[in-house]
Design a protein around this ligand. Structure first.
Ligand code: NAD
Length: 304
């Protein structure tokens, strides 16, 4: 077991584990493990519950007894799925466990951007009574890229805020549902051109890496905001820096980075129209509890 926050609700997993004959090895460093640490931890295990720690080709191949990888979360980008499949190792994610939490953070970031909330807090605490004019969210267009569990939850919440909703997802074709939800399915260009808030909810893979780059950013409105609570690598961070610095778009918020934590020298951190959170999308009491239970159940199901 590797994820740090797993241990917040460890007792829930123990109830499940206690019915089986298991020897448990834990990561007790309190940190995401390095590749070398993963190789050592997994050297002997039959199954693993893994967070963001690297389960790449080398780690998987070196774990000679490995039969099951249970993802504590839903993003499988840290797991080499091809190698797992080749070796007959089962992989399961904790589907749906953190949908609401990530969607709520996403909507929170819409408000944080549109009303400059982080800057307002810092200003007043530093003795400046300096008011930045905001914009309303109601009646604005939200463009959702990736219409899976989280994308659909964001749509539901945006609808409550009386926003106009567009979505792009080449693999989603439940027309009935989108009609019922009042969501216009369209292409990525229309989203970039029309949305006031572009929000990313797609998985990271070869196809989606840097899907937001200088070309796609240049299609966005100058008044638009980009929100990324999915994966850092979906956005070309150099291109985002240029776009924010040169007023190509109005602002951006990220919960995720290609390097976590970001380097202190990361240029994005110097910009006032860039706000960030430390990968807390799924980090709520409710979501972590669900993630512990489901990832433990998934592991047992795959092993027994
Ligand atoms: P999901 O699998 O339910 O939905 C992903 C959707 O993206 C699917 O509908 C899929 O068809 C779509 N998609 C795939 N390729 C696409 C493309 N090229 N263009 C547009 N859409 C595409 O997953 P989810 O539960 O909604 O999670 C989405 C992502 O959010 C995860 O992959 C994960 O990386 C990220 N996430 C982040 C946090 C966090 O803590 N910040 C927590 C949970 C999930």
């Amino acid at each position: 077991i590797t994820p740090k926050s797993f241990f917040r609700a460890r007792n829930k997993a123990d109830e499940i584990f206690s019915q089986f004959d298991l020897d448990i090895v834990e990561n007790n460093t309190g940190k995401t493990l390095t590749k070398q640490q993963m190789i050592e931890l997994c050297s002997d295990v039959d199954g693993v519950i893994v967070g963001l720690d690297p389960m790449d080709e080398e780690v998987i191949r070196s774990a000679k007894n490995l039969k099951a990888i249970s993802k504590y979360g839903v993003g499988l980008d840290n797991i080499d799925l091809k190698v797992a499949e080749e070796l007959g190792i089962k992989v399961k994610k904790a589907e749906g466990t953190n949908t609401r939490s990530v969607a709520e953070l996403t909507i929170g970031l819409f408000f944080a951007l549109s009303r400059s909330i982080p800057k307002a807090v810092i200003d007043v605490k530093d003795g400046r009574w300096d008011r930045t004019i905001g914009t309303e969210i109601g009646a604005k267009v939200v463009g959702i890229i990736g219409f899976g569990a989280i994308g659909r939850e964001v749509a539901k919440m945006s609808s409550g805020l009386e926003m106009e909703i567009m979505a792009y997802d080449p693999y989603f074709n439940d027309i009935e549902l989108t009609r019922a939800m009042n969501v216009k399915m369209t292409n990525i260009d229309e989203i970039l051109e029309k949305a006031d808030f572009v929000t990313l909810h797609l998985p990271l893979n070869e196809e989606t890496n840097k899907i937001i780059n200088s070309k796609t950013l240049s299609k966005m409105k100058q008044t638009a905001y980009l929100v990324n609570t999915a994966r850092g690598e979906l956005v070309d961070e150099d291109a985002l820096y240029e776009a924010l610095k040169n007023g190509i778009i109005a602002g951006a918020a990220q919960d995720v980075f290609s390097q976590e934590p970001p380097d202190k020298q990361n240029k994005l951190l110097s910009l006032n129209n860039f706000i960030l959170t430390p990968h807390i999308g799924a980090y709520t009491k409710e979501a972590t509890e669900r993630m512990v239970v489901i990832s433990a159940k998934n592991l047992i199901e795959m092993l027994f």
